[in-house]
Design a protein around this ligand. Structure first.
Ligand code: C2O
Ligand code: CU
Ligand code: CU
Length: 482
């Protein structure tokens, strides 16, 4: 076994130079720098094999060199392109000075493979082998999931995108595809700034708000119809995205395509969320992608001391480093001359109807906070890997009513089993979509339809402000076979 593993490593090393599978984005479309560098990936008759090594590396960030934690020395990590139905094998190695692991965020794969309880120690390796589900074409990602250390490791730079391709991609044959990884960082003397006590309360935001690791890059497309894959890979920063003078046409959410494009004036992406939008450029020249201010209930130290630990909000938004005035520019799209009118696809795919009447169980999951201690809870208790919080049966459809009793937003996330949002505060969701992250405003209740299909085993659900997850806001779901 060991020998063949070594031989495999040698092979993938060799393909590095040959360049790879890479992105469908046109070469040279990015003004600032390459958006999706080639990766050490090998596609064989029976699927995709790749290696990922978590390790420290110096990378260029905002015009300077920064010591980050990376996958394969890249920031963001290499983009893995998988195909529906194929076998994928990721040979993972931990080159960090502390334990970590790999989480395949959003993929419907067995809990025993996407194992949040596994610790891969320094110098050790683990192999992640799984079949890419049919019908899952969409945008996913990978990042560390070692409880207690997720926040420093993710903020340190460890995140990459997984793109699943499928027959449905034909719908976008006319569009030029680009991936935008939204991730902020804060540097101090060329290193990642450490977490402060306030960061453990609010979730850490960085002052460098980067797109594919670059500060305010320019995208120079050749076509007038763009398909943008958006990933919020930030610890805690929300993105309220709007494109100057252009609507966004939502075509996919976390778990893939929706039924038809939905025109949106702006799009909120909470930590962990993905979306795909079409953009129809209607004139040449520059178009800015803005990040509008968003109030998610961040608190200051003074708030936390006040009123017996029941915090007030920082209304100025200063702690979130956002100001009311000018929206921040994340990216400039420089539209080409002589644009041809581009048509949007009409219908996309069908998303199954899940009926609450068919549910075998209805559960209530409550998020709450202790501001003073910066501790976070699910149903009144902090995470304990030895405790099972929810026991369910494989094949069942369940309704989960998730309640945010806290004073800040919390994005709820469930591993392995994609769900559909039924309603938010009693208001029916306007379209059907597969999700794995749903944001909850303070005081909000959402109802989810959760099909626990295909796999049994133990997995987790948690707040995707990863500091909150590290500080207790996570629970264990055990799905028992039939
Ligand atoms: Cu993206 Cu449990 O996480
Ligand atoms: Cu996840
Ligand atoms: Cu939270």
């Amino acid at each position: 076994m060991k020998l063949s593993r070594r031989r495999f490593l040698a092979l993938t090393g060799a393909t590095l130079a040959a360049g790879a599978v890479g992105s469908r984005a046109l070469p040279g479309a990015w003004g600032a720098r390459a958006a999706n560098p080639a990766q050490p990936t090998r596609r064989t008759g029976d699927g995709l094999k790749t290696t990922l090594e978590a390790r420290a590396a110096n990378v260029q960030v905002a015009g300077g060199s920064a010591a980050l934690w990376t996958y394969n020395g890249r920031f963001p990590g290499p983009t893995l392109r998988l195909r529906e139905g194929e076998r994928a094998e990721i040979d993972f190695r931990n080159g960090l000075p502390e334990p970590t692991n790999l989480h395949l965020h959003g993929l419907h794969v067995p809990p025993g493979v996407d194992d949040a309880f596994l610790a891969v120690h320094p110098g050790e390796r683990a192999t992640y082998t799984f079949d890419v589900p049919h019908g899952s074409a969409g945008t996913y990602w990978y990042h560390p999931h070692l409880h207690g250390r997720v926040a420093p490791q993710l903020f340190g730079g460890l995140a990459g995108t997984i793109i699943v391709e499928g027959p449905a991609d034909e719908l976008f044959a006319e569009a030029e595809e680009h991936l935008l990884v939204l991730k902020d960082v804060a540097l101090e003397g060329g290193r990642v700034a450490p977490h402060t006590p306030d960061d453990w309360m609010n979730g850490k935001e960085g002052d460098l708000v980067l797109v594919n690791g670059a500060l305010r890059p320019t995208l120079r497309p050749e076509k007038g119809l763009l398909r943008l894959r958006l990933l919020n890979a930030s610890n805690a920063r929300y993105y309220r995205l709007a494109l100057e003078d252009h609507p966004l046409y939502l075509v996919a959410t976390d778990g893939g395509l929706i039924e038809k494009p939905v025109e949106l004036p702006e799009l909120l992406l909470a930590p962990g969320e993905r979306a795909e939008v079409l953009v129809r450029l209607d004139r040449s020249g520059d178009v800015a992608l803005h990040n509008r201010p968003y109030e998610r209930g961040v608190m200051t130290g003074a708030d936390m001391d006040a009123a017996g630990g029941h915090a007030g909000h920082d209304v100025s938004g200063m702690a979130g480093m956002e100001h009311e005035a000018e929206p921040e520019v994340l990216l400039t799209i420089s539209a080409p001359p002589n644009l041809r009118a581009a048509a949007l696809p009409g219908t996309l795919v069908s998303v199954p109807v899940l009926r609450e009447e068919d549910a075998q169980a209805v559960r209530r999951i409550v998020f709450s906070e202790d501001h003073r201690a910066a501790r976070f809870f699910v149903n009144g208790r902090a995470f304990d890997h030895r405790r099972t919080d929810v026991t369910a049966r494989r094949g069942d459809l369940e309704v989960w009513e998730v309640v945010n009793e806290g004073d800040m937003d919390h994005p709820f996330h469930l591993h392995v089993y994609p769900f559909q949002v039924r309603s938010r505060n009693g208001v029916a969701e306007p379209y059907r979509a597969w999700k794995d992250v749903v944001n909850l405003r303070a005081g909000e209740t959402v109802r989810l339809a959760v099909p626990l299909s295909s796999f049994s085993g133990k997995t987790v659900f948690h707040c995707h402000i990863v500091e909150h997850e590290d500080r207790g806001m996570m629970g264990v779901l055990e799905v028992k076979p039939g």
